[in-house]
Write a protein that binds this ligand. Structure first.
Ligand code: LLP
Length: 432
């Protein structure tokens, strides 16, 4: 009935998430409010952990790409579920460390890590630094030397694959700011430099071809290209690398038009291709890392808003304004992302009203969705927008000096705040 199976409707006709009444959540915690279903997140984590067991006999690691949704509570959950963590900034790393995440299971990504961030990461002994470019390789080596350490490194490679997704979230093709290019020989140069670097231990290679991908083919292709590259490395340098990180990018359901495969199916198919490529090219099956982000958190989250002004412009459109917008969800203005929604307090009624859900920022493009179907809403109603668990809170801003909403987690029918609502005092805390 809904895009995620953690959503339902109770006897009052109210939308529920994880069995909790969202109208009550809105009354208790206020709106706008992000709500995430912890049990759903754990279920998603377990599916990936199991896929490593099933397809690679445990010779691998599923790491959560925390850019999708990061806070201390989330880091704790991911750790309890025995996953590793992908961080892309000092801030994400700091959050993880504050939550007690074991640093040896942290992978530090990013195409332009600052020197301060590298110093921090080396000092904290992060498990792997995923090096993006030659300049960074030199910086990592220098920092490791300064601290008298040897740093475990993986090199990010652009495998030259066009995955069919929004151009802003495509990363595997040659025209991308991420990683060493394969076609130009830059990747092999990087490998040789990493092997030669005194304070670096080269563990493996990484690729990430994009995000919100529904086809399996680009993942299969990437696995094959990467294994072939590992064979080329062996032939050219004699080094047989242990690790292959295949990135994340598995699509989720934002609307009924989206048809994601079961993740176990992606994993099994890619593992099959990977193993036969290893045989074909004569390399041992590597330790495999995957980095799901959106598919862990996305469908587990919703955002609750209160309806304010309703502006019906005959023959044009019906604007329904809410108490949030691009500050808490910039994905429509950025990517024209699709979202489904319901009126949480009328969830059992038919969706027969076509609206544009508008935010409250001084910006015409501040919309959450255009031409969306919803129940007939009026001021004071609660609107729930679905599939906002990933890349919403993590991409939120304080535009117009609007405080960020809280994050409420539900589990076992109970709710708790894991990120507090910002206050006006928070808004001016760094002003001098
Ligand atoms: N690994 C690397 C190296 C990545 O760059 C990303 C995402 C992931 C893993 C996780 O990908 P996922 O499984 O979440 O697709 N803000 C955009 C998405 C940007 C994705 C950036 N990298 C959006 O809202 O659609």
């Amino acid at each position: 009935m809904f895009v995620s199976d953690c959503l339902s409707v109770n006897e009052k006709g109210h939308l529920t998430i994880g069995g909790v009444d969202t109208v009550e959540l809105a009354a208790t915690y206020g709106t706008p409010c992000y709500v995430v279903d912890e049990d759903k997140i754990r279920e998603n984590c377990r599916a990936y952990v199991k896929s490593i067991e099933d397809n690679y006999a445990g010779n691998g690691l599923a790491i959560y790409a925390s850019k999708a949704f990061n806070c201390k509570a989330m880091c704790k959950i991911v750790n309890e579920e025995k996953m590793g963590l992908d961080v892309v900034s000092g801030g994400e790393l700091y959050t993880a460390i504050s939550a007690g995440f074991p640093t040896d299971k942290i992978f530090f990504h990013g195409n332009n890590k600052t020197l301060d961030e590298l110093e921090f990461a080396v000092r904290e002994n992060v498990g792997r630094i995923v090096v993006d470019n030659m300049y960074e390789l030199e910086n990592v080596n220098r920092e490791a030397k300064k601290q008298g350490k040897t740093v475990n490194v993986i090199l990010r490679i652009k495998p030259g694959i066009d995955a069919h997704t929004h151009s802003f979230i495509m990363t595997g093709q040659i025209d991308s700011k991420f990683g060493f290019a394969l076609e130009t020989g830059e990747a092999m140069q990087g490998i040789k430099a990493a092997i030669a670097a005194e304070n670096i231990c080269l563990k493996g290679v990484h690729c990430h071809i994009g995000s919100q991908i529904f086809e399996v083919m680009p993942f299969e292709h990437a696995a094959e290209v990467m294994v072939k590259f590992m064979a080329d490395i062996k032939a050219e340098t004699g080094a047989e690398l242990d690790e292959l990180d295949l990135g994340g990018g598995f699509g989720i359901k934002y609307s009924d038009a989206d048809k994601p495969l079961e993740y176990s199916e992606y994993m099994a198919t890619v593992a099959g291709v990977l193993k036969s490529a290893c045989e074909k090219y004569g390399v041992k099956t590597p330790f495999v890392i995957i980095e799901p982000g959106r598919s862990i958190a996305g469908s587990a989250g919703i955002t609750l808003y209160t309806v304010g002004a309703v502006k019906e412009i005959p023959g044009v459109r019906n604007y329904v304004s809410i108490d949030g917008g691009m500050g808490d969800n910039p994905r429509y203005i950025l990517y024209q992302a699709t979202y489904e929604m319901v009126c949480a307090n009328k969830a059992d009624k038919a969706k027969d009203y076509k609206i544009t859900l508008a935010g409250r920022c001084c910006e015409s493009g501040d919309l959450i969705q255009e031409n969306a179907m919803i129940q007939r809403v009026e001021p004071g109603d609660i609107v729930a927008v679905f599939s906002t668990g990933a890349y919403n809170y993590s991409m939120s801003s304080n535009y117009n000096r609007i405080p960020k909403p809280p994050v409420v987690m539900v589990s076992g029918g109970k709710a708790r705040v894991v990120v507090k609502r910002e206050t006006y005092e928070d808004i001016i805390r760094n002003d001098v």
